[in-house]
Design a protein around this ligand. Structure first.
Ligand code: NAP
Ligand code: GLV
Length: 293
């Protein structure tokens, strides 16, 4: 805020609650720059209300919340925050992989309920990572950073990609012990993993989603977990955040995190800093540092 205030007049909009949308539509009018969060739906009506905008600086690497085509039509630059959050998000993905394969959530819930009767030889046995295959869907910055970490745990890596000679998605799903999703949310990737894809996975396999909720059909996932079609899942993102499918909340074999992928002090500071530098550059007549493609 201090860096922004040094070069512009700043108005803060109400970020949440029922009035957030109304606030955003009102707030954007007459402004040159909008700094948006993943929770702000910067769609055509917002962009039209912000007729004077020159830049939309989304404080996230994903920009599915911004209608980039509508912005482009009006000559508005859209920027995101790539790279600075790759390590934090990859670290968190590994945290989820370990949590679900070693049944950390189940163990903690049992202990907090007062149901832990002490050490037992066959209590909450999980699965090891060494020698197992990690299937990465979306082999970009975060996908590759996850692969590097998983290799240190002795995993072999397979990946599915549109642009290089990866493994076909069907084969990746059928052969992987852990499947981790890192594609952006686009019309093509919405419900990329639904009932047929889950049915293709090994019964001993785990699904991890730290990208965007709608990439997975949540109802189908709850069905697959309930019927033990897969061993477990770990989610950081949901189809209708902050709602979580009620069946998932009731299941033991799923780890649920509240969209924490990039949530470290260091990374959130770097994301904010990059968004501010984009705003200052564009308003100063310079090219943006990280425009979306
Ligand atoms: P990135 O570098 O652009 O990587 C995305 C990769 O997905 C690209 O390599 C792209 O490759 C591939 N891809 C796109 N569509 C595909 C498809 N249909 N099938 C297979 N691969 C496809 O982006 P990133 O920095 O790694 O970030 C990835 C996503 O992570 C973001 O979009 C965001 O949604 C999510 N994210 C979540 C959190 C969190 O807090 N949980 C934090 C940061 C990021 P090609 O285009 O070459 O196929
Ligand atoms: C967070 O979800 C991001 O896309 O940066």
């Amino acid at each position: 805020m201090a860096r922004l205030e040094a070069s512009c007049e700043v108005e803060q909009c109400e970020a949440d609650g029922a009035s957030a949308r109304r606030e955003l539509l009102a707030c954007v009018a007459g402004k040159q720059a909008l700094v948006s969060m993943v929770t702000d739906m910067v769609d055509r009506p917002v962009i039209e209300a912000g007729g004077t905008l020159r830049i939309i600086a989304n404080v996230a690497v994903g920009y599915n919340n911004v209608d980039v085509a509508a912005a482009r039509e009006r000559g508005i630059v859209v920027t995101n925050t790539p790279d600075v959050l790759t390590d934090a998000t990859a670290d968190f993905t590994l945290a989820l992989v370990l949590a679900v394969t070693r049944r950390l959530g189940e163990g903690e819930r049992m202990l907090r309920r007062g149901d832990w009767k002490g050490w037992a030889f066959d209590q909450l046995l999980g699965a090891e990572l060494r020698g197992k295959q990690l299937g990465i869907v979306g082999f970009g910055r975060i996908g590759r950073a996850v692969a590097a970490r998983a290799q240190a745990f002795g995993m072999t890596i397979a990946h599915a990609s549109r642009s290089d000679a990866g493994m076909p998605l069907d084969r990746l799903l059928a052969t992987s012990d852990v499947v981790s999703l890192h594609v952006p949310l686009t019309p093509e990737t919405r419900h990329l993993v639904g009932q047929p894809e889950l049915a293709r996975m090994k019964r001993t396999a785990y699904l991890v989603n730290t990208t965007r909720g709608p990439v997975v059909d949540e109802a189908a996932l709850a069905w697959a977990l309930k019927n033990r079609l897969i061993a477990g899942a770990a989610l950081d993102v949901y189809e209708r955040e902050p709602e979580v499918h009620p069946d998932l909340l009731a299941l033991e074999n799923v780890v649920l995190a509240p969209h924490l992928g990039s949530a470290t002090t260091e990374t959130r500071t770097a994301m904010a800093d990059l968004a501010v530098r984009n705003v200052v550059a564009v308003l100063g007549g310079d090219p943006p540092l990280t425009p979306v493609a």
